[in-house]
Design a binder for this molecule. Structure first.
Ligand code: TXA
Ligand code: MG
Length: 410
């Protein structure tokens, strides 16, 4: 049985330097405090896992210092164990004490374990959706489970901004390994109900802190290679990394390998697997590059109509079709040109608005994919893509994976 415990993020108050010095939060709501204490005990004292909200997506957490807890994470998600996990800490102080086993660091030496290339980034972006790679400390100096790193020479770490996540890590005083709390290959969860759908009866507790604000996972960067690399676009944009990272990050390259050879060791192993996939087939409509003759309203509807016809010809069982729209497909055009089209009279259409800005689209993306897939149970999903600037880079990265090879210039 999986318990869902409500928590109120607004009742958790940290001092401004808590993410550095590790001071504990004040929790004003007794129900929130009781839930956090129970969840923290599971993390600290057992081999089990807890699902909790972060600002990006819900995470499935277990002690990063305990092999059995990490195994429980892989098992609940059904995730291949060669895909490394992010270690979440609540403060630099905790990183030093619990991962590097250096309890004596203080003052300016607090940052000794973080290479200088990362310092401008973390001083602007932590706590928040930024994950950095650090060299794995030698095992005689660290209790970090080898299972979190999947044999890489580096480990991934971040300090999340969500007060529930931070409080859970701080109260358990345990670094928490946490991938997204979805079943492997499914879209990441941005609501507690998504976690329940995928993991019910597989985990003891879900902390329900409401909807995740960012909506896509953290940005993963590697500053240990030259030039530095953006390995996974996420909650902070490439433009923000370049702007806030200082000189060295102006050269930052974006990892753009789409596939890997058999047996090849990859830097971001997440890309080896099917990912973010609804059960229904997803077709991604990729916008033309600027100046490449963007389709006008009417042409676009003609094109969409032909694409739907092609899909219907290929699969006669399609009854329900979702259209996830963002900026350019207008409700009125869809209504007159698609929904009222006589050829489609036996089909049901569902339209789901992703939002107007990149930020809105990013926040709503996974929830929209899950809604049409899990609630509406459509057979086919068309998604209108956006340009790959700002939040568009992370949005299109997730959508390309959801669509596998079904990406069509539109
Ligand atoms: O926002 C997030 O990052 C969420 C929340 C829960 O914090 N977590 C998350 O974890 O997305 P996960 O496990 O789904 O994604 C971790 C990503 C994967 O792409 C993984 O391959 C990469 O980080 N990663 C982890 N350790 C790595 C390492 N040592 N080298 C390269 N990539 C690494
Ligand atoms: Mg994930």
């Amino acid at each position: 049985d999986t318990k869902i415990l409500k928590v109120n993020p607004l009742s958790i108050i940290f001092s401004p330097d808590a993410h550095i010095d590790g001071s504990l939060p004040t929790i004003t709501d007794p129900e929130t405090e009781a839930a956090l204490v129970e969840a923290a005990r599971i993390i600290r004292d057992t081999d089990e896992t807890v699902a909790f909200p972060t600002e990006t997506v819900y995470g499935l957490g277990g002690s990063a210092l305990n092999d059995n807890s990490v195994l429980s994470i892989y098992k609940a998600k059904n995730r291949p164990s060669d895909n490394p996990l992010i270690t979440h800490v609540s403060s630099i102080d905790q990183l030093n004490r619990k991962v590097f086993n250096q309890p004596h660091l203080s003052g300016t030496s607090l940052f000794d374990n973080i290479p200088s290339i990362y310092r401008p980034l973390i001083s602007s972006l932590w706590p928040g959706p930024l994950t950095i790679l650090l060299p794995v400390p030698s095992s005689e100096h660290s209790a970090l489970s080898k299972l979190t790193t999947a044999d890489q020479p580096t480990f991934a770490v971040r300090i999340p901004a969500n007060p529930v996540a931070r409080a859970l890590i701080a109260l358990s005083d345990t670094p928490i390994a946490a991938p997204s709390a979805n079943a492997s290959t499914r879209p990441s969860p941005t609501l507690a109900s998504h976690v329940y759908h995928d993991l019910k009866d597989k985990i003891p507790i879900i902390l329900d802190g409401g909807a995740c604000k960012v909506g896509v996972e953290s940005t993963v960067v590697d500053g240990l290679c030259n030039p530095p690399m953006l390995l996974r676009p996420g909650g902070f944009t490439y433009e923000e990394i370049v702007k806030l990272g200082g000189e060295a990050w102006s050269l930052c390259k974006v990892e753009n390998k789409k596939t890997v050879e058999k047996g090849e060791k990859v830097r971001t192993p997440g890309m080896k697997y099917r990912h973010y996939s609804p059960s229904a087939k997803v077709v991604l409509l990729v916008p033309h590059c600027e100046g490449d003759g963007i389709l006008k309203g009417a042409d676009r509807m003609e094109r969409l109509k032909r694409l739907i016809e092609t899909e219907l010809k290929a699969n006669r069982n399609i009854k329900k079709i979702a259209i996830l729209t963002s900026l350019k497909l207008r409700d009125s055009d869809l209504q007159s040109k698609i929904f009222n089209e006589p050829d489609f009279s036996s089909k049901t259409f569902i339209i789901e608005r992703l939002g107007q800005s990149g930020e809105e689209i990013q926040t709503n993306l996974f929830a929209a994919l899950r809604k049409v897939d899990e609630n509406d149970k459509v057979d086919l999903i068309f998604v209108e893509g956006i340009n790959e600037e700002g939040e568009g880079l992370a949005v299109m990265n997730r959508l390309r994976k959801a669509a596998a090879n079904n990406c069509i210039q539109f």
